[in-house]
Write a protein that binds this ligand. Structure first.
Ligand code: ZN
Length: 522
């Protein structure tokens, strides 16, 4: 009897539990994006939220987009905001912050908001829409429910049937045409979508599909270009030893400026100066793509603590862009060199040019690489007239410090370790195991442990404007630098003089030094 009643009770609990579990809906976000009137330059966006039963819901549009360190205030493009319940009852709302719409949601199970977004700025960070194509820079289009970024989102696209292709890093849902899924809003905001008549090509590396969407393929010899892109992907993934994505998409847009990195895609403009006319201009184009591609490791995976998870409402400050951007510049050239696309002389030439860019502007006497990183939000995209006198590029200085760090680690370890080991360890220890970014101190610790010694001088080069002893570090790899003062000098009263900074192999270097040089440059 006792057993029987216990059994009945357990069965009852099971039934009740099953009832509640199956009736409680998984919270969900479903977007419909309509762009069927492209000449208006307006996207019509509808977001259906299910399962967030509260008396108020706050919907936010990011103030910036990752990789583009500038407050863009995308909310300025939003008009005709509306809110209603699933049964069509209108809901009151008011704006309570620059990017925050507060809806009186009246504990409704389903809340649907809709709004229009004006999109007519052509940049990798802005959404765009006209008769020729749609470019969805997601942070400017998709609102999120405040504090609920970790839920999956579905996106359905409605567009003109004159457009034939959709290019994005998002996964398309099986059986649902033009519908895509992101595991969470960080993924959604990191996945631009290009819709138009771009030509789509693919290649495989290590069994993974890489899509190349080209808006102006006539600008390139596509056969050579795709083969070279494949070499870049192979070279970078060989270096890191692991690929974190299932598929990758290169969105290569028409003429314009700039590119933006993402976890499994990149969106770049192609410029006339990149055309395959000269080896030098083509090298610049390949370097640019290698840069955006390598960011999938350095910045998306290997990243400072403050660069993800992001706060989309305000600046996310870091002193480490000299590593995240500057080392990525250094690795552009390393990757191209190992891919057989940039020879030794060409490599040394671009490094010399980078040193000239840094040293031959007065700003290097005032601003350190860590300061330039920290102030990028106020100085990079809106430079004032005096910027070259007071600021530096952390791309240039970070690239230089990447080379010096590589040389130093190789010299200290008799060429057994290199900067590659630092990158691989950061990837494994922080991205794969701890699943977080690193602090400035943790980054330094990994560098010093790899070198087997402390690196006070190199880190002081990053955090101060101390004069760099180039020849000392270049000696480690059997290189020499020309420190001749240039004849063409502007008259200045300070101690600023322009120099040549050409780097060449030093024939008289010791065999062990030449060996280190060959470790870096194949
Ligand atoms: Zn970059």
């Amino acid at each position: 009897m006792r057993n029987k009643s216990l059994k009945t009770l357990l069965t009852l609990i099971l039934i009740v539990t099953f009832y509640f579990v199956s009736s409680a809906k998984e919270p969900s976000f479903r977007f419909k994006v309509n762009m069927e009137d492209p000449q208006s330059h307006y996207y019509h966006v509808e977001l259906r939220c299910e399962g967030f039963v509260k008396d108020k819901l706050n919907f936010k549009l990011p103030a910036w987009t990752p990789g583009y360190y500038w407050i863009m205030n995308f909310a300025k493009n939003v008009v005709r905001f509306k809110a209603e319940t699933g049964s069509g009852k209108k809901l009151d709302w008011e704006k309570v912050d620059k990017n925050n719409w507060e809806v009186d949601s009246e504990n409704a199970e389903i809340v649907i908001i809709s709004y229009d977004v004006f999109a007519h700025t052509s940049s990798v960070a802005d959404a765009f829409l006209d008769e020729s194509h749609a470019y969805i820079s997601p942070a400017g289009i998709f609102m999120h429910l405040s504090g609920e970024l970790n839920h999956p989102a579905e996106v359905n696209l409605k567009f003109s049937d004159r457009w034939t292709a959709v290019s994005t890093g998002l996964d398309e849902l099986k059986g649902k045409p033009n519908t895509y899924r992101a595991d969470d809003f960080d993924t959604l905001y990191d996945s631009p979508i290009y819709i138009g008549n771009q030509k789509t090509m693919t290649f495989d590396v290590k069994g993974l599909k890489h899509t190349v969407a080209m808006v102006s393929p006539e600008m390139f010899d596509t056969t050579t270009f795709i083969a070279d892109l494949k070499k870049i992907v192979t070279s970078a993934t060989d270096l890191m030893g692991h690929i974190p994505y299932k598929h990758y998409t290169f969105i290569i847009m028409g003429p314009g400026q700039g590119g933006l990195e993402h976890r499994n895609s990149t969106a770049v403009f192609s410029s006339a100066s990149y055309m395959m006319k000269t080896k030098e201009s083509y090298d610049r184009w390949l370097s640019f793509l290698a840069h955006e591609y390598f960011h999938l490791y350095n910045i998306k995976a290997i990243r400072p603590l403050s660069l993800g998870p992001f706060n989309y409402d305000k600046e996310n400050l870091t002193r480490m862009l000299w590593v995240s951007e500057g080392f990525t510049v250094y690795y552009e050239y390393v990757i191209l060199n190992r891919a057989g696309l940039l020879n030794r002389d060409e490599f040394l030439k671009v490094i010399s040019k980078t040193i000239r860019n840094y040293e031959n502007i007065p700003g290097h006497l005032l601003q350190s690489a860590t300061e330039a990183s920290f102030d990028t939000w106020i100085q990079f995209f809106n430079r004032n007239d005096n910027a070259s006198n007071t600021t530096i590029s952390y791309y240039d200085k970070g690239c230089i410090l990447g080379l010096l760090m590589d040389l130093k680690i190789r010299q200290e370890t008799k060429n057994r370790k290199s900067l590659d080991d630092v990158m691989r360890r950061l990837y494994k220890e922080f991205y794969q195991e701890k699943k977080r970014g690193f602090t400035d101190e943790e980054f330094r610790k990994v560098c010093e442990e790899t070198a087997g010694t402390s690196l006070p001088e190199l880190f002081s080069y990053a955090s101060t404007v101390k004069k760099i002893d180039y020849q000392k570090y270049l000696n480690y790899g059997g290189f020499k630098i020309n420190l001749e003062v240039l004849k063409d000098q502007n008259k200045r009263t300070d101690n600023f003089v322009k120099k040549n900074y050409e780097i060449d192999p030093n024939e008289h270097a010791a065999a062990s030094e030449k060996e280190i040089g060959r470790g870096i440059l194949r």
